[in-house]
Design a protein around this ligand. Sequence first.
Ligand SMILES: *[C@@H]1O[C@H](CO)[C@@H](O)[C@H](O)[C@H]1NC(C)=O
Ligand SMILES: *[C@@H]1O[C@H](CO)[C@@H](O)[C@H](O)[C@H]1NC(C)=O
Length: 422
Amino acid sequence: MTIVSFVLFLGLVRQGNAQQQQQQQNHDPSENVPGLLEWIQSLPNGFVSNKITIPQDTTTTTSSSVHSLSASNVFLFAQTDITKNETVMYIPTQALIGQEKEVAGRNCPMLRMILEEYDKGTESKYYPYIRFLLGRQNVDGDDGIRKATTAAWSTKGQALLKTMVGRELLPYKFLRLCTSKCPTVCSDNKDPKRQQLQQDAYLIVMSRKKSGLMIPLFDFINHRNGKWQNVDMEIHTDGVRVYAIRDILAGEQLYRSLTECINCGNYKYKYVTQHVLQDCGFVEAYPRRWVVDRGNTKESLVAEITVDKDDNGEERVLRWPRDNRRPTMEELDWIQTQLSLLRQLNSTMESGLVDLKSQHERSVIEEYYLGYMEAMELVMMDSEHGHKQSHEMSIEDAATDPNDPDTDSLDTNNVCQETSVK
Ligand SMILES: *[C@@H]1O[C@H](CO)[C@@H](O)[C@H](O)[C@H]1NC(C)=O
Ligand SMILES: *[C@@H]1O[C@H](CO)[C@@H](O)[C@H](O)[C@H]1NC(C)=O
C-alpha cells in the first residue's frame, strides 16, 4: 500500500466514525450535562458542590441568549447560599484539555487534539466533555457553537453588522476560518460534514479556551461584570479551583468575568463590549464598557454604562472607569458624528434585521445597535452637563491596581478572544 492510499484509507475510517457518532449525538447537548458532572466527580480531586444547580429546562433560558456566553444555553445557579471563598467546583487536571506541553495555549494543536479525541468516540478519556462540545451538529446556525461568535454568523448577519459599524466603529473584522488559521489541521479533506466539524471545533477552541485551557463545566459559567460577578478561578498543579469571590445568595446565577477577572490584567479597558460581541457573539449585560474613540491607541477612551436603581426604576448611568479620562473636544466631535450616522441607519437596520433568518443574530445585532447609540448619547449628555462632575471620583483608581501590567499576555488570558485587541 502506498503512503497516499494508506492516508486516504485512514481518512475514510475516520469519517465513518465521525458520521456514526454524529447520529448518536444529534440531540440537545444539555442532555449530556449529567454525564459530564458524573465524570468530573469520578476523577481524583474532582468536585462539584451540591449547592449549585444546572437547570435542564433549556426552553426557559433561551430568551436570554442575547446576553449569554454559553451558546448551549446551559447556566449555573446557586441552589443554596454560598459563602465567600467557598469552592464551588474543582476540575482535576485529567479533565482539562490543553495542559500537555505540545498543546498548551496553542490553538491549532489544541484543535487537532480535540478532533482526535472526537474520533476516538467513547474510547476518548474526555468523552463526556467532547460529547457535550461537539454533540450537536445543527443546520440552521441558530444554536450551539455557531452562534457563539460572529465568525460563525450568516453572511447576511455579518454584512448587516458591517454596515452598522461602518469603517470607524468596532469591531473591525469578523471572519475567522479554521482553514486559514489552522491549515494543517483543517485543509486535509473534502467532506463537507468533516469540514463543518473542524470549523465548529475550531470555534469551540477559540471561544471557550481560558488561560490556554479548555475547562469543562467552568466554561458553562456565564459572563457578567460589576456586582453580578461572583466566581473566579485559580489554577493549581492538580486542577482548577472555581470559588466564590463574594457571598452568593440562593437563586443567584453564577457569573464569572471574561475581562475583569483576577488574571485578566489590563483586559478591563482593552477587551470591552465590542470585543465580546465580535469574539463571543453576544452583547454583554450591564455593566458594559465601550471604547468610544477610534480604538486605535493604547489608551483608548472607555465609557462604562451600568444600571442603577432609582425611585422610577432602572436608570442608565455613565462612568469613566479609566483614570476618569473623558473625551476631548475633538473626540466629542467624532462621537457626535458617529452617533448621527448610527441614527440615520435606523430604517436600514429595521429592514436588514427583518431579513435575517437567525433569531439570535437579529436580537444581538439590534441590541448592539441600540447599545452603541445609548452609550454615545450618554457621553454627549454628560459633556453637555459640562465638567461639573469632574470632581467625582472614578469608580476605579488605576493606581491601586498593581496587577495591571501594560504588557499582559493577550494570547493566553481570555476565553473569547483572538487578535482583536488593539
Ligand atoms: C480560601 O479557601 C481555600 C481552599 O479552601 C483556602 O486554602 C484559602 O486559605 C482560603 N482563603 C482565605 C483568604 O480564606
Ligand atoms: C427606529 O426608530 C423608531 C422610532 O424612533 C424606533 O421605534 C425603532 O425601534 C428604531 N429601529 C431600530 C432598529 O432601532
